[in-house]
Design a protein around this ligand. Structure first.
Ligand code: HOZ
Length: 440
């Protein structure tokens, strides 16, 4: 791998090629993008257009280099263009790209996931996190015979109708708390409580006469920035679900294989009835799953009556990329990435202290984030009360210096196995300069 550029990329030149491509994109795609969070609306300015990636770095179409902490919004835990993943793809591709039939690869990936997350006794592969959460809730409704669900403000569970209520991620970034097009009758079945507010959750469950089918939560929020649960919050949700006869769903699309080798159950000792996974389990290809208790999953067709299907579900290329990624991501490698993430976060905190800027940063495993604020962020309201304008200035100054952070204060960042000490050190130097610039 080539070394990082010797001097920081204080890049104030125009990104002419990116701008030209985005102008063409705007004639084709709403806002010029195929997913809203890519549009830089949360930080201003033009998105950079990616040309290629290698390890911890990406290059845009103008040839500028960036240390990447977005990593395709999480999946690339081995870094960009990992030779391990590319080899697996090449080998698999030679045998065909899609069958719409059972393959051994999907069994191998399923077995590997179940070995790391034994509570995922039975699972169904799908192609996106939205499919996974949407299907998990349909299953919970069928299993319990109830319609209402409880979610938490600022958590994002994909864009299915039931979840577009006080959602995080792009919905929060664009300030669209709810979405037109969701039937009012369906929206009324989604109850929302503030994250980390167990009493509010209990009150809602108590007041819901027809009962709650599922409580769904990101065990660590990644879609309003990085927000960990208070001690006892997840345990409290487990007890609440049990008392109410509801299913507890951990949406681990972001946290899965990031916050611990075995996910939230390993990190917090709380077991969900159903778990959704995505991102890392596909190693950069479109894979997600929902799974959990066998007695619940047995309700899925063709074993049971709850219908859910997909032509490309369990696609062999996607399975091969996931298998290569998870086989490489051993507990030892996880620990190594976690240590570097801790060093990065500590370095960022020190920059805040040195420059007298109130900054709260945190991490779990290889997932991390920060807010410009004086007090710990426990929920979406706290996240919104942080200094969003300073975030924007800092983001742009970091981008100009070759550090690519999530382009919204309401998203988490990530690290990969390819982020070595050099990348961490260089990123910190550049972020120090960027913050100096942002507060000048
Ligand atoms: N929601 C994902 C992470 N917060 C990003 C994917 C997307 O919405 O494009």
């Amino acid at each position: 791998m080539r070394p990082l550029s010797a001097s920081p990329l204080k890049d104030l030149e125009t990104r002419a090629r990116s701008a030209e491509i985005m102008a063409r994109a705007r004639a084709l795609f709403p806002g010029g993008v195929n997913s809203p969070v890519r549009a830089f609306r949360g930080v201003g300015g033009e998105p950079i257009v990616a040309a290629r990636g290698e390890g911890a770095r990406i290059w845009d179409v103008d040839g500028k280099e960036y240390i990447d902490f977005v990593l395709s919004w999480g999946p690339l835990v081995l870094g960009h263009a990992s030779p391990i993943v590319l080899d697996a793809l090449e080998r698999t591709m030679a045998e065909g790209t899609s069958f719409g039939m059972p393959t051994e690869l999907e069994v191998q990936l399923g077995e590997l996931i179940r070995a790391r997350m034994p509570h995922v006794e039975m699972m169904r592969f799908v192609s996106s996190g939205t499919e996974a959460t949407m299907s998990a809730v349909r299953l919970a409704r069928a299993f319990t015979g109830r319609d209402a669900i409880l979610k938490f403000e600022g958590c994002y569970h994909g864009h299915a109708d039931s979840f577009l209520a006080r959602a995080g991620s792009g919905v929060a970034t664009l300030g669209l708390p709810d979405s037109p097009g969701v039937p009012a009758a369906l929206a009324s079945l989604t109850l929302t409580a503030p994250f980390n507010d167990l009493d509010a959750a209990k009150g809602l469950v108590k007041r819901t006469k027809r009962g709650i089918a599922a409580i769904i939560v990101e065990p660590i929020v990644g879609n309003s920035g990085f927000i960990p649960p208070d001690r006892g919050f997840l345990e409290g949700l487990r007890a609440l679900a049990d008392n109410a006869g509801a299913l507890l769903i951990f949406d681990e699309v972001m946290t899965g294989f990031r916050i611990a080798p075995g996910g939230a159950r390993e990190r917090f000792g709380v077991t969900a009835d159903l778990t959704t996974l995505g991102k890392v389990i596909g190693g950069g290809l479109p894979v997600a799953l929902y799974g959990g208790r066998r007695d619940v999953m047995e309700r899925i067709a063709p074993l049971g009556p709850v219908y859910q299907a997909g032509t490309l579900s369990g696609n062999p290329l996607a399975m091969a990329a996931g298998l290569a990624t998870l086989s490489t991501l051993t507990a030892a490698l996880h620990t190594k990435i976690e240590k570097r993430t801790a060093a990065l976060v500590k370095g960022l905190q020190k920059i805040g202290v040195d420059l007298g800027v109130p900054l709260e940063a945190g991490h779990a495993g290889s997932m991390w984030g920060f807010f410009f604020t004086e007090k710990p962020v426990r929920n979406f309201a706290d996240a919104k009360a942080s200094d969003l304008e300073l975030f924007r200035r800092f983001f742009r100054a970091a981008l100009d210096r070759g550090v690519y952070l999530a382009p919204s204060p309401f998203e988490a960042c990530f690290m990969s196995a390819a982020h070595g000490d050099d990348e961490v050190g260089t990123a910190l130097e550049r972020m120090r300069e960027a913050l100096e610039d942002a507060i000048a």
